[in-house]
Design a protein around this ligand. Sequence first.
Ligand code: ATP
Ligand code: MG
Ligand code: MG
Length: 569
Amino acid sequence: PASAKKDFIRQIVREDLASGKHSAIRTRFPPEPNGYLHIGHAKAICLNFGVATEFGGLCNLRFDDTNPAKEDPEFVRAIEDDVRWLGFDWASLRHASDYFGVYYLAAQKLVRDGKAFVCDLSAEEVRQYRGSLTEPGRNSPYRERSVEENLDLFARMRAGEFADGARTLRAKIDMASGNINLRDPALYRIKHVEHQNTGAEWPIYPMYDFAHALGDAVEGITHSLCTLEFEDHRPLYDWCVDNVDLAGNPDLLEPLLAKGLPKEAAKPRQIEFSRLNINYTVMSKRKLTQLVGEGLVDGWDDPRMYTLQGLRRRGYTPASLRLLVDRVGISKQNSVIDFSVLEGCLREDLDATASRRMAVVDPLKLVLANLAEGHEESLTFPNHPKDESQGERQVPFSRELWIEREDFAEVPPKGWKRLVPGGEVRLRGAGIVRIDEVLKDEAGNITELRGWLDPESRPGMEGANRKVKGTIHWVSAKHAVAAEIRLYDRLFSVEKPDDESDGKTYRDHLNPDSKRTVQGWVEPAAALAAVEQSFQFERTGYFVADRYDHTAERPVFNRSVTLRDTWSA
Ligand code: ATP
Ligand code: MG
Ligand code: MG
């Protein structure tokens, strides 16, 4: 079923299918395996895989591994894991390095056609010749080499005869172009570095624009969706696709057969959309890498990180991130999304899906003095107030409870609805309690409350309907399980941690209260959570059982998000 979404990219896809320009569409998500994916990548993933799915097409996962020095198999595994976790699967898993043979033949064709040449200028000289936005560039003195000489030199580059940086293969386009990307850009550079997939086979590596455009063509990508910063590269993208013309030169695809890949090719169209930006975050791989490397967070999957691994560990659900991407929409307008939108998406998902539990984060003992010593019973609670299909659970209740310290005030502020000396409150699902006695230690700290549970107010009784102002949560002290509760908040305390105009860097804007670990008590049914299971701890927030550290004996919960937006800068 075609998508109901109306953004401009889906509109183009819809028209291309309706007009018969394409009978089926193909997209790809092309990460460079040089870091972990972040929340911005979720937008590109949801868009590429989403469009393919909605219009009955296919989407590939392609590792853009043309830069061997920076890439690592650890990142490859994490990226695959992240894409699957978000709920998508690829039609075919590819690597730009699968196409190195094709790229080489394509480059030779450009040389034969007089559209590429071997240049001996150093990197610094190339910069000087390139000109600027206001100055046209100058032709390289090597630009008019004969086809024969170029073919020979390029073959010797490939054979490993020359040192790193000694020569490049450059496209012959236009040194006076207003678009600097078209000023005879490099297509290949010499780099004697081993590659994780091709080993020592290649001493030369293709440049990003060339490899990316041809990679799309090789895979028969119809709509190549990328972020706005590539808009200026589109003329070069088209130049590569048109001048190599893989579809019209199937002999260039021959190296694919040795890889067991199909010899297909198409003319792809690049379409740019705006990046996802969210305030209070940093979202570049470089900065995320520094946060980890400098020990400012506890690793790539620290629950405060805006990597997908971090968000997952924090308790963000795939559905909440897909909702975010939908809510933000696809356009060419650059904008910054407020952090509360991200949190709102998580609340919306978890409010509907997460079972309710009771947990006490900052415990204060409450003894129900009118119950017999050793009194205990089991109360039945629904798991979700609006979703009966989630069933019920048993919650142990007894004479001694833990309640939240902040639910009692000796001197209540105005409008207070919770416990005060002599006042009444409803204990969720257990009846109405009145506080008779406040016990303190020598320093004057409250150590215990003693109360009276109205026997006529138990659930199901007439007296239970009596009006009292507040309802509080509790756990039975005898039955509750001690839990480590990690109270996370935003990693940065300012809207634009990236803004360095005042001489500060994002390191200066770390929120000192972004992580607080406390020891609390949870009801037994919470301790039994599976890892990564999310709950609403009533009145407290949404929490997830930590993916790595949680066990039923030693529960560990991460606060994913508070119940309401309480941020104040
Ligand atoms: P970064 O610049 O954040 O370090 P990148 O763009 O270098 O990341 P790639 O691995 O090259 O990371 O990105 C893969 C794809 O994800 C690209 O198509 C890129 O345009 C897209 N992408 C990256 N960041 C965002 C973002 N913030 N919003 C939307 N798409 C993004
Ligand atoms: Mg990149
Ligand atoms: Mg980038």
